[in-house]
Design a protein around this ligand. Structure first.
Ligand code: OAD
Length: 273
């Protein structure tokens, strides 16, 4: 018997009741896809992009920070901002949503985790072979030659806090090191996207968790799964464009809903909070 400690979750937090048909679908699923967005890391203290007031794109201009042109215009501004975000992630810990998703891997016959997130909280919770569609804050590379750059793992006392920082210089070609994330206008990594599409078309159950379902092509993934006949479970405190297509929408924080769902669907495995 496995025992999973999900940490402390707020037992009194409200979320919509979990329908029995959803629990049965999870118990019987052959291949489950978990598709995540920034909301899955929100309870770890990593800001989302579009939540009112706290979302990064509510406070910062994506045009000035998240495009190739932005980097060419002002490398210090862009590098400093992404280093600040990398420090936030390094200080953060996986929350019960990440832990539940990692636990799910041994509870269903096959699990594929696809994320839009550029943090490593799924991996630190124990998920393996996570498909990162939007790259990673932890894998910077040379802007010119693409050579990987080993980011220091030490966490400075003070986060960069949006301060301007000169990007390091590539040891191979002398080019500037850039963040390892996908910027607006750039292609998604081909291998990850191909595998994500294939998994979506193959699965019989797809979770869409903590994403606004606004950014394409990633937002196409639940639609592909639905067209191929899969049931769609959405977990999000707010409405999204996926509401219309989801089989079930569970309103609530992922770090509360997911442990409750696992406890309901797999009572025999001794998941505890
Ligand atoms: P968004 O910020 O657009 O959406 C986050 C979603 O998470 C919202 O729908 C929130 O309601 C929901 N949310 C907030 N807290 C939650 C919680 N505790 N549990 C569950 N859901 C919660 O983030 P993404 O959809 O990930 O692109 O954004 C997609 C892409 O847009 C990102 O990958 C990023 C951004 O520009 C790149 O970096 C390339």
């Amino acid at each position: 018997m496995h025992e999973y400690d999900m940490g402390n979750t707020d037992m009194n937090a409200n979320h919509t009741a979990i329908p029995q048909a959803l629990i049965s679908a999870l118990q019987q699923a052959r291949h489950v896809v978990v598709f995540t967005g920034a909301g899955v890391s929100a309870e770890s203290g990593v800001p989302t992009f579009r939540d009112a007031q706290t979302g990064l794109w509510e406070r910062f201009d994506a045009e000035e920070l998240a495009t190739t042109q932005a980097f060419l215009n002002d490398k210090e501004l862009v590098w400093g901002w992404y280093e600040w975000r990398r420090m936030q992630v390094m200080r953060a810990q996986p929350n019960p949503a990440h832990l539940s998703i990692a636990a799910l891997a041994s509870l269903v016959p096959r699990l594929t985790v696809i994320t839009q997130n550029v943090d490593d909280l799924h991996e630190r919770a124990g998920s393996t072979q996570v498909l990162h569609l939007h790259g990673s804050l932890l894998n910077p590379r040379c802007f010119d030659c693409g050579q990987a750059w080993a980011a220091p793992s030490a966490i400075p006392d003070e986060p960069a806090g949006g301060r301007r920082l000169s990007p390091p210089i590539c040891l191979h070609c002398g080019g500037a090191i850039r963040p390892g994330v996908v910027w607006f206008g750039e292609e998604l990594p081909v291998r990850e996207l191909r595998r994500a599409y294939a998994s979506a078309k193959d699965c019989d159950l797809l979770f869409s968790i903590g994403t606004s379902s606004l950014v394409y092509p990633a937002a196409e993934i639940p639609n592909l799964a639905k067209q191929a006949g899969a049931k769609i479970i959405q977990i999000n405190p707010d409405k999204t464009p996926l509401d219309a297509g989801a089989t079930w929408s569970l309103r609530g924080p992922a770090g509360v809903v997911l442990p409750d769902l696992l406890i309901a669907a797999f009572p025999e495995v001794g998941i505890r909070r």
